[in-house]
Design a protein around this ligand. Sequence first.
Ligand code: MLT
Length: 210
Amino acid sequence: MTDTRLSFVHRFEPAPGAGRPPLLLLHGTGGDENDLLPLGRMIAEGSALLSPRGKVLEGGMPRFFRRLAEGVFDEADVRRRAHELADFITEAREAYGLAAPIAVGFSNGANIAAAVLMLRPEALAGAVLLRAMVPLSEPPAADLAGKGVLLLSGSGDPIVPTENAGRLAAILKGAGAAVEHRILPVGHGLSQADVTLAKAWLDSNSAKEI
Ligand code: MLT
């Protein structure tokens, strides 16, 4: 059920058992808090799922930050919204008794997850970034040592050039994250390969954390 009690409208599904890190599910443009719950259940059976709805509206479509055009971001808003989302994570961790989550973001949701990693690294245990691009042209010097990031890009993605995704991988690696970047023969939409690779990566990362 959608919950409006914390600072983001969200859904929360408790973990069926202990031991797996929670997932923070971040939808793409025009999605909402319901969108990625089925994906979350598929890729991380035992995890709690926390799924907020982006607060920015673009022609009525929820997003996590403002953009000036496709692929051109209002970076002051990216920064402000990344902090706002990190504060929500703190609030939700207290309310639900959660460990730091692994973000699983698609498109706009992956971009805000990358911004949170750069600006508030302590908020996340790691991230699965599906079709992400560089969210900040001058990223701050973050310390991402000990954090794993799976970046899945599409070679035929009309929104995210592979060069841009490669730059994001390099920035995150430069900050100390253990980055696995795979370029799949797909476009911007999600594919079965995304599900399979994300599940395998989460299985091995969760096993490392226990
Ligand atoms: C963004 O605005 O974050 C990216 O262009 C992806 C999208 O939401 O279309």
